[in-house]
Ligand binder design. Sequence first.
Ligand SMILES: [Fe+2]
Length: 263
Amino acid sequence: MTKQQLEQFKKWFYDYAATFYGDDALTNESIRLKDDHTRRMCVDIQLITKELGIDDNRKMLAETAVLFHDVGRFEQFMKYKSYNDVGTENHSLLALKILAENKVLDCLSQREKEIIEEAIRFHGEKELPKNLDEQTELIAKLVRDADKLDIYLVMINWLGDLQKNPQKYLGTMGFSAENKYSKHIVIAVLEDRTIDYKELKTLNDMIIAQLGWVIDVNFVPTLKEIKKRKLLEQMATFVPDTEDVRRVLKHSQQQLEARIAGN
Ligand SMILES: [Fe+2]
């Protein structure tokens, strides 16, 4: 693919996102969340691919997949007023539908188009399928890393805002806001098991599960950024300071250090 194509994709995305802003403050705020998330990820993906020494063509494929991975979020919010795929619809498949309807990726070769589509299709799944070819797997893993890296920041900002204005929580994420957590989530993180969104009951469960994401991050540059930005430590401030939570944080910090060191 070419630089011009990437620029064209960016323009399409920004124009498309802009159509969802209107008079309603909550809608604008929710759209802004995903709009900004995507924009920051486009910067982070450059940082990750640069440190990994990935060639320009694959860098651009990764950036395109990042740019479009959440393009289904806007329509999802307008339709359901929710970002929880459980009970609404799969936002990755929605993204593929929107890209196809608008023929956005049709200027690419069939191969490039498929790589981007597969990376989008699987970006939110618990695990990537085992049968992806090498190129597709690389791009899919890059999108998943950049996504996790920025979701930490999204959550930290959002939880900070919620702490100041608890009345703003309207259940948009579909989880109970009661100040409890589920023991089985704590155990899953301590046992290095990946957790399905369906297993989460409360917001605290979600935060604890995200502390365990370190095992699912693919590349060292992403892990280094998590450490540098102190994302785990910041996330942990939003759950009750219990023995369980302290163990989870310590466990994840140790995982992070070990993986950065290459153990
Ligand atoms: Fe995302």
